[in-house]
Design a protein around this ligand. Structure first.
Ligand code: PLP
Length: 398
């Protein structure tokens, strides 16, 4: 099938919500590279959207997929399965948490977190303790509850009335949090780095202060690590940068290197309200996805891949800062590890297009931020190539 026909059929048969898709059809990937249906090669500095952290078709991931496919793809959660148990144990041995619930996506992991926090607060603290505080420019998903948690109006338009019970306060503003948290607050949901919202990094004092506010009021601190987790920011979990621990953490994107999975992690005491029958999922944590996640997470932990992400991330940020010094188009460079944003003086869309035309896939975060989330295995010479392409593409800023 030729590319032109595929693109015509795509326009004809899909719902139009991905209307701004790039006009290429990707057919194959290997490490940091992908190829389109016309045989053109690209450096993939998006890794999906911070998903394929070990690169495309990593041999251990591919091996796990092949083995699971030939052994046992699916059983329901009416039964136990070994990969699910091993994955839960590995997550718990390497995090603050004591209990795990598996879902299929980030939004579902956040749904589970919000449902758990509300049930815990209502049953263990007070029956009217049902509300949530979230931050402006946050992103927590597209389901009714998680879109209400999301602090960006563009995701709300047309879907009102929103699920009630969510307040939004400015990010990195501890006083605003202090005013918003009260004796009706069940939980606060926050990203240590706002990914979709512009690669905004939380200040150290902010998250520490927020942890204290939650401790004082009894509100649960839900840290959304869906984008920041699994070594992306130079630590296995981004909360480690801040010397705090959440009460609930959610994961998804990179956890199975591209196979859909989500997870909600918490402590024993909080998990205990989720008694038999109160929550569940048909597909959540099947032997297939959990064995792929197990291969991914084992590879990341055994290789201490976060150290590599920290090092290469520094290299890439230094490179962007050099471009910034030589070229007024970049206003600020921010991020941690390999979750990096460059705020531009104008619209980022044309820069993303120019990069792609020159063989580099990059992401945006909002209208003015160029976002880089390459696979964590990316090498310096690939960063050099990407930086050269970006420098040229910045000439096209909107
Ligand atoms: C991507 C993302 C989500 C939503 O995950 P889905 O798998 O698309 O539902 C939620 N929170 C954050 C921080 C994300 O980056």
């Amino acid at each position: 099938m030729d590319t032109k026909t595929l693109l015509e059929w795509s326009a004809k048969y899909h719902t139009p919500n991905y209307g701004s898709r790039a006009p290429i059809v990707l057919v194959r990937g290997d490490g940091v590279r992908v190829w389109d249906s016309d045989g053109r090669e690209y450096l993939d500095f998006g890794a999906g959207i911070a998903v394929t952290s070990l690169g495309h078709c990593h041999p251990r991931v591919t091996g796990a997929i092949q083995e699971a496919a030939a052994t046992l793809l699916h059983v329901s959660n009416l039964y136990h399965s070994a990969p699910q148990i091993h994955l839960a144990k590995l997550l718990i041995e390497h995090s603050f948490a004591e209990r795990v619930f598996f879902s299929n996506s980030g939004a579902e992991a956040n749904e589970a977190a919000l449902k758990l926090a509300r049930k815990y607060a209502r049953e263990r603290i007070a029956s009217d303790r049902v509300e949530f505080v979230a931050t402006r420019n946050s992103f927590h998903g597209r389901t009714f509850a998680t879109v209400a948690a999301t602090g960006q109006e563009k995701y709300h338009h047309g879907f009102e009335p929103l699920v009630p019970g969510f307040k939004h306060v400015p990010y990195n503003d501890l006083r605003a949090m202090e005013r918003a948290i009260d004796n009706r607050t069940a939980g606060v949901i926050i990203e240590c780095i706002q990914g979709e919202g512009g690669v905004n990094v939380a200040d150290e004092d902010y998250l520490r202060g927020l942890r204290k506010l939650c401790d004082q009021s009894g509100a649960l601190l839900i840290v959304d690590e869906i984008q920041t987790g699994v070594a992306r920011t130079g630590k296995l979990w981004s909360y480690e940068h801040y010397g705090i621990e959440p009460d609930i953490m959610t994961l998804a994107k990179a956890l199975a290197n591209g196979v859909p999975i989500g997870a909600m992690l918490t402590r024993d005491e909080i998990a205990s309200v989720l008694v038999a029958g109160t929550h569940g999922s048909t597909f959540g944590g099947t032997p297939f996805v959990t064995s792929v996640a197990l291969a991914t997470l084992t590879t990341i932990i055994d290789g201490k891949i976060w150290e590599r992400a920290a090092r290469t991330g520094q290299y890439l940020m230094d490179g962007l800062r050099k471009i910034q010094a030589a070229n007024g188009v970049i206003r600020a460079v921010r991020g941690k590890g390999l979750l990096i944003g460059a705020e531009l003086s104008g619209l980022v869309g044309p820069v993303v297009d120019a990069c792609r035309e020159a063989g580099l896939l990059v992401l945006s975060a909002g209208e003015r931020v160029l976002r880089l989330t390459p696979p964590l295995i990316v090498e310096e010479r690939e960063c050099d190539r990407a930086l050269a392409i970006i420098q040229t593409a910045l000439g096209r800023v909107g």
